[in-house]
Design a protein around this ligand. Structure first.
Ligand SMILES: Nc1ncnc2c1ncn2[C@@H]1O[C@H](COP(=O)(O)OP(=O)(O)OP(=O)(O)O)[C@@H](O)[C@H]1O
Length: 246
């Protein structure tokens, strides 16, 4: 691997007495799409949240796009511009339009002028297929459209890496495809992505690597075909069997 764009080494995270991440190492190459799977409570969300320091790791090192994320000298708000994050719940401001939500991030986080922010926000909404809905409020949009606004808000900041935490699990099944299509086009444009999700079809089609986490550790990783069809570990096999039944 050439120098990884995300390098997380020896990550531990405790919540009080609970040891949630127990020494996770994850290197991600530029343009790679890494899928993270694992049982509920295995630490997948916590790992993503440590990568952009929404959570403070108890120990370890994290570098993203050359920035030492854990250094006290790092301006974390500035650093987060490089790491877009999309959550299960879209976290849009309900009183603002789609355009307003995307513009707010550009104005507050990137310090863009109103005119600049509007131009960039419109282009980002276009990219997720929502140019026509720019003036709709979240309540006037489907869940899939709201999630696409959230993606537009993140990509408008031109991040180097995108983190997705169960981006489709709050959506009605018929809306999942539209969000996956946007993720696929991002992937095709060369975006580096780390995706926590159980969308195995998408993982098979788009992921370079699947990482299986259990009890705060990466148990096994490899290409999707290997992890889904021929996992080496009993725990991976049991988990894949479970998600297949859903
Ligand atoms: N802020 C917090 N305070 C205390 N415990 C937490 C906190 N956040 C997460 N945990 C605990 O850390 C463990 C891992 O949670 P995490 O959300 O990372 O798991 P996950 O693999 O993403 O699970 P899921 O698939 O259910 O989202 C869980 O036991 C959870 O209860």
């Amino acid at each position: 691997m050439t120098a990884p764009i995300v390098a997380a080494h020896g990550i531990h995270k405790h919540f009080g007495q609970v040891h949630v991440l127990k020494g996770v190492d994850l290197d991600v190459a530029e343009r790679e799409l890494v899928f993270v799977i694992g049982p509920s409570g295995s630490g997948k969300s916590t790992l993503l949240r440590c990568l952009n320091r929404l959570e403070e790791p108890s120990s370890g090192s994290i570098t993203v796009a050359g920035i030492d994320m854990l250094s006290p000298k790092t301006d974390i708000n500035h650093a987060r511009q490089h790491i877009g994050m999309v959550f299960q719940s879209f976290n849009l401001y309900p009183h603002m339009t789609a355009l307003g939500n995307v513009m707010l991030a550009l104005r507050k986080v990137a310090g863009k002028s109103r005119a600049e922010a509007e131009t960039i926000a419109r282009a980002a909404l276009e990219r997720v297929g929502l140019a026509e809905r720019a003036h709709h409020r979240p309540a006037e949009l489907s869940g899939g459209q709201q999630q696409r606004v959230a993606i537009a808000r993140a990509i408008a900041l031109e991040p180097r890496v995108m983190l997705f935490d169960e981006p489709t699990s709050a959506l009605d099944p018929e809306l999942v495809g539209s969000v996956l299509a946007v993720m696929r086009s991002l992937r095709e444009s060369g975006m580096t992505m780390i995706v926590v999700s159980h969308e195995m079809g998408f993982a098979r089609a788009a992921a370079d690597r699947v990482v299986f986490m259990d009890h705060g550790l990466i148990v096994e990783q490899g290409p999707p075909a290997q992890i889904f069809e021929n996992p080496a570990h009993e725990r991976t096999r049991a988990f894949i069997g479970q998600i297949r039944q859903h």
